[in-house]
Design a protein. Sequence first.
Length: 287
Amino acid sequence: DEATDPSISGENWECIQRFCDQVNADTEGPLSALRLLAHKIQSPQEGEALHALTVLETCVNNCGDKFHSEMAKFRFLNELIKVLSPKYYGIWSSEKVKSRVTEVIFSWTVWFPQEVKIQDAYQMLKKQGIVKEDPKLPEDKILPPPSPRPQNSIFDTDEEKSKLLAKLLKSSHPEDLQAANRLIQSVVKEEQEKSAQVSRRVSTISEVSENVRRMDELLQNYRRHELSPADQDTLQALFQRCEKLRPLLFRLASEAVADEEALAEVLQASDKLSQALGQYRQVVASQ
């Protein structure tokens, strides 16, 4: 009640920390805490609900795997969904509370990708149109640390960042938690960019492989004078597309310089593409 007191404008961090300590001290702490927090988050008083959400996020930061396991169950997720759903409390919950609840669930999809129920719950909200687009997390948003972190996370390879994050997350000062959040967000951005690079590389190499295979088939028919006008148009379109893929492969190669295996894949795809373009010019353009 003290930690979520709606008459107080700011957060009572000392009280919130005591609440987290109590959760960790009691074997049934996570289950009891989440039941109490769900009730407070559903409060018709906006201030009480917002304070409860801050307490929830601080617990995620400080109360470990058992808390994470309980919070990732439908039993608790459904209580959060009720705040958003027009069938339940969504008709009178304030937009500010609904926005915060959406941010909380979305942030968990980032840090707990292994928790299928969280992913399912968030996707259901999007499918039903309750969430229109992924929220942009504000600078002072308290994000939970990944638990467990993905393999090859930047935190695993950068010991200095890992130690700094651990130190900031142990602090009860709001400015330290905000600094931790900014550090986490910068790392998330780096990992998202890394993931996007991998996705672009896999997609492009796959397209190159398929286009080269299709061009080879059409060129064989062309040599035998068995190519229909429609297939000739397809062959020309494939050639033009492959021409455009060449500079993309050069860019992917420059991105993959630090990863020998990835670089080898890109260079191999580039060789196949060059051979296919050479074959086209030799067989078609010469005629």
